[in-house]
Design a protein. Structure first.
Length: 450
């Protein structure tokens, strides 16, 4: 626990005390009683709900009066609260935690990625109610070891699904640790084979418009032969065309810089793909909130001082991140945002109409976009800016990600027999989605972390 700092240690030890009360058979049972339940399937919420948790799993789901709470169960009142499945964030970067200067970060901190930074990022996500996350692009061995330590319950964090290194034409100088270039079809298959045999959960393609089409197809084919999904960056039209052409399972980001909308042929290709019922859903993770919110944050940088993103980080790294954000208005990363922002509503509308299943993902870790705050902000932008129905936005952060990762039998909804990944918040996220900013209760695999 040394690497986590005091706050995380306190959280975990108090969790042990509340969720695992000693003595008696029923001590294994925890009952969440009284709150309104959004189960993740999209039906109207269940009032006066009871959720019984036994060990790591949900045992019963029902209403007060219908489901008896066993004598001796640990009862947690959820009165006045909404209970919902633990959130997913489908696009996080654990190896970065908001610093503005990637070249500095990548040359200064790799020795601390595995021991300090990735665990801190994971802990911040969990405390924000994110009980599952997909980490896209990181050093292979560190990603796998952090994933396994979290998933075995050794350190706090969301259940992790990791890609390891990006697959692309050529790594940018100084990024070879987490970007693997491919030269030729055979090399593309070989790189995917190495990732698959190491045990990654997903393959991440980027800059596929700089690869040959044979290489792109080889990556996707080899991954699918090994039952790994492939997701691709969608910054440029040709990246999206190639991704679709090669048969990837989903794409990421709301791209095309300042272009006013996606080209008609690209959207037609997405509709073609989603119309093929035998192929399952096509997923799109817009990661739109860091783009949309930049102007606001440039003019209102006070929130950068919110200490939630310090959790698990040592003082010297916190200080380094703070100074990197001192001139928030001048960051090269965001200079195009004022021109991009007016195009986002149209692009998001196109994505909604494309037939793709949209997923909540946030690019958390990119400059000033902290793991502790990113997920609720993405939900907020979808619902409050672009008019996405709140229930569907919640499903894009619960049910659908579990489907996308092939684990919907175990997580993604509050259902009997599934893992007890649950959160509770005061108030009603269907009316005020931003109540998800302050998650009161976080349970992952039956264990209470908050
Ligand atoms: Zn990203």
């Amino acid at each position: 626990m040394r690497a986590f700092g005091l706050a995380a240690t306190i959280v975990v030890s108090s969790a042990t005390a509340t969720a695992f009360a000693p003595a008696g058979l029923a001590a294994q049972t925890t009952a969440l009683v009284g709150g309104t339940l959004i189960d993740g399937f999209g039906a109207p919420p269940i009032r006066n709900s009871v959720v019984l948790i036994e060990g790591q799993r949900i045992q019963r789901v029902g209403r007060v009066g219908e489901v008896a709470v066993p004598a001796g169960a640990t009862v947690i009142s959820t009165e006045g609260m909404t209970v919902l499945p633990g959130l997913w964030d489908m696009h996080v970067h654990l190896m970065i935690v908001g610093h503005a200067d990637y070249a500095h970060w990548d040359s200064t901190y790799p020795a601390q990625f595995e021991s300090v930074i990735m665990p801190a990022a994971a802990c911040q996500l969990l405390m924000a109610g994110v009980t599952s996350a997909r980490d896209l692009g990181g050093p292979l061995e560190a990603s796998l070891r952090v994933r396994d330590r979290v998933n075995q319950g050794e350190i706090p964090g969301p259940t992790l699904y990791v890609s390891g290194p990006f697959i692309q034409h050529e790594p940018y100088p100084g990024t070879e640790l987490f970007r693997w270039g491919v030269t030729g079809e055979r090399d593309a298959r070989e790189k995917v084979r190495r990732l698959a045999e190491a045990g990654v959960n997903v393959i991440k393609l980027i800059d596929q418009d700089q690869m040959t089409m044979e290489e792109v197809r080889a990556v996707v084919d080899e991954a699918h032969r090994r039952r790994l999904p492939v997701i691709a960056h969608a910054h440029r039209p040709e990246e999206i065309r190639r991704a679709l052409d090669a048969g990837v399972d989903g794409v990421e980001h709301t791209g095309l810089q300042t272009a006013p909308e996606y080209p008609a042929d690209v959207m037609a290709a997405v509709r073609d793909r989603t119309a093929q019922g035998n192929r399952g859903p096509f997923f799109w993770t817009p990661t739109i909130s860091p783009l949309y919110n930049y102007d606001y944050l440039r003019d209102n940088p006070e929130w950068l001082d919110d200490p939630s993103w310090h959790l698990g980080l040592p003082d010297d790294i916190i200080a380094d991140i703070r100074q990197s954000l001192a001139h928030w208005d001048q960051l090269p990363y965001y200079q195009m945002m004022p021109q991009r922002r007016p195009t986002l509503a149209r692009k998001f509308q196109q994505l909604k109409e494309s037939g793709a299943i949209l997923l909540i993902g946030t690019d958390s870790g990119v400059p000033g976009n902290f793991h502790s705050q990113s997920t609720w902000q993405e939900l907020d932008v979808w619902v409050n800016v672009f008019g996405y129905p709140a229930m569907e936005a919640i499903r894009a952060a619960t049910y659908w990600p579990a489907v996308a990762m092939g684990v919907s039998n175990d997580v993604g909804t509050v259902s009997e027999g599934k893992y007890a990944d649950l959160i509770a918040v005061r108030g009603d996220p269907l009316r005020h989605i931003s109540v998800l900013r302050d998650v009161d209760l976080v349970i992952k695999r039956g264990r209470r972390y908050r």
